[in-house]
Design a protein around this ligand. Sequence first.
Ligand code: SF4
Length: 153
Amino acid sequence: MQRPEWYADGLAFSCTQCGNCCTGPEGAVWFSLEEETAMARHLGLEIEEFRRRCTKKLGRGRSLAERVTEHGHDCVFLDRERIPGKAVCSIYEVRPLQCRTWPWWPENLGSRRAWEATKKRVPCPGMGTGRPHAYQEIRVVRDRQAASPDPAW
Ligand code: SF4
């Protein structure tokens, strides 16, 4: 018989809008062609313009660009001005799947140790606090992230 996942009783998570997951060391935010079209349209930009201004070539794919700030490599869409003391996504409605599925990524859910390590490394004060999320809900999001296509395009 298969053993239940360690988070079978669900996990708590509420974003505090600290922005830590959108900065730090240089990273990658992958997106699909459909997501690129949605982001460009949201900003009123042609695809080529969007690519030039908001993305960077990275390895075999293309990632959202970053800006070096006193906090680290901020995502190009991280807005630290709009709400005092908060850091929010300026394209929240059309953000890529990778952002939508945080923190329910397969690598974060692999074990309790992995979950705790990610919570500490980011650090993400929202993980483990706030709204309870049921196992079934977490699993659906986890599997969507796991099935996301290869970013190489
Ligand atoms: S690190 Fe966690 S709490 Fe902070 S913005 Fe990201 S998801 Fe929200």
